[in-house]
Design a protein. Sequence first.
Length: 94
Amino acid sequence: MAVVYRVEGLHCGNCAASVEKALQAKGMAAKVTIEPPQVLIESALAPTREAIAAIVASAGDYELGPEITAVAADAKSGLLARLRHAIKDSPSGR
């Protein structure tokens, strides 16, 4: 399962790196961008929103916003691939 959430308080690459590192330290495959300010989390067992929000907040003055989308990892639609591509090509350079 992959989920994408908006993240409030991301202002620079260091902000994104801090949040990404905190999530990865908890064993989550995460990719954070600042433009748009969001996090993509991939996990076989979807972590709860509350768990993700607590980790994001522990990284600094950041707040997990609304879920943008949730996608089954094996979805045939290709939406997950498009999300990965959009995050990879974001102006944050991450």
